[in-house]
Design a binder for this molecule. Structure first.
Ligand code: G3H
Length: 253
């Protein structure tokens, strides 16, 4: 389709899961990510920050990218427990997830905070995956499109382009629940995000990846990822099982 991204991205967000033993999971993913899959789908794994070097080393002979799950908005300083985008880059990461709903909730991250983190990600030379999504109450109140529009407008980093920014739409109520929106709802949301991006970045909007996330499994991947304006997936639980993660990536084959 003209103007669309050349290749979808399937990204695994391990959240607070994994250990040194996850090397075997990565090796299994790497072994299953053969030339056919590589030609059709980009793959990314985002383990906890301490596992980034191991993930980079284990996937070094592949085109699998490695990312962080968060970063601080500043480049360094007195921020105990935080990590800078440049540190993730030095460890070999090329992406950072920012504004995941679990961070927005657990750490009270506002759109302004998420935008600052996304800008720090870009400044560090990495690609930002900016997460947005409505709660169940917001959807039931008919406010899903408006809530997500405000999040996109408030969280998109200055200088966003298809090369450095990915949007991930994740309805909060679909994360880890087995619930997924209807195809019509996904289509309407992704079309609206594309429209909002058009306002914000002009023609670049056509090439910016918009991922869907929330209970993506091999069994529903083909349907969800086949929706117009869905350029890949942000996968939680299923990214911890090699066959499931690869099965989702294979939705594009
Ligand atoms: O970042 C990933 C999402 O929160 C989706 O998680 P899930 O696939 O376990 O529902």
């Amino acid at each position: 389709m003209p103007g669309r991204t050349p290749k979808p991205l399937v990204a695994g967000n391990w959240k607070m899961n994994g250990s040194a033993a996850s090397r075997s999971l990565l090796a299994e993913i790497a072994a299953g990510y053969g030339p056919d899959l590589q030609a059709k789908t980009d793959l990314l794994v985002c383990p906890p920050a301490v596992l980034v070097p191991m993930a980079v080393a284990t996937t070094a002979a592949t085109t699998i990218a490695v990312g962080g799950q968060d970063c601080h908005a500043k480049v360094s300083g007195a921020h105990t427990g935080d990590i800078a985008a440049a540190m993730l880059a030095e460890a070999g990461a090329t992406f950072v997830i920012v504004g995941h709903s679990e961070r927005r909730t657990d750490h009270a991250e506002t759109d302004a905070v998420v935008k600052a983190k996304a800008e720090a990600t870009l400044a560090g030379g990495l690609t930002a995956i900016v997460c947005v999504g409505e709660t169940k109450d917001e959807r039931e109140a008919g406010r899903a499109l408006a809530v997500v529009e405000a999040q996109v407008r408030g969280s998109l980093p200055a200088g966003a382009s298809p090369a450095n920014t990915v949007i991930a739409y994740e309805p909060v109520w679909a994360i880890g629940t087995g619930l997924v929106p209807t195809v019509a709802d996904v289509e309407a949301m992704h079309a609206d995000i594309r429209r909002v991006l058009g306002d914000l970045v002009g023609q670049d909007a056509a090439g910016m990846r918009i991922l869907y996330g929330g209970s993506v499994k091999p069994g529903n991947a083909r349907e969800l990822l086949g929706v117009a304006n869905v350029d890949g997936a942000l996968v939680g639980g299923a990214s911890l099982v090699a066959a499931d993660f690869l099965g989702i990536a294979a939705a594009y084959s």
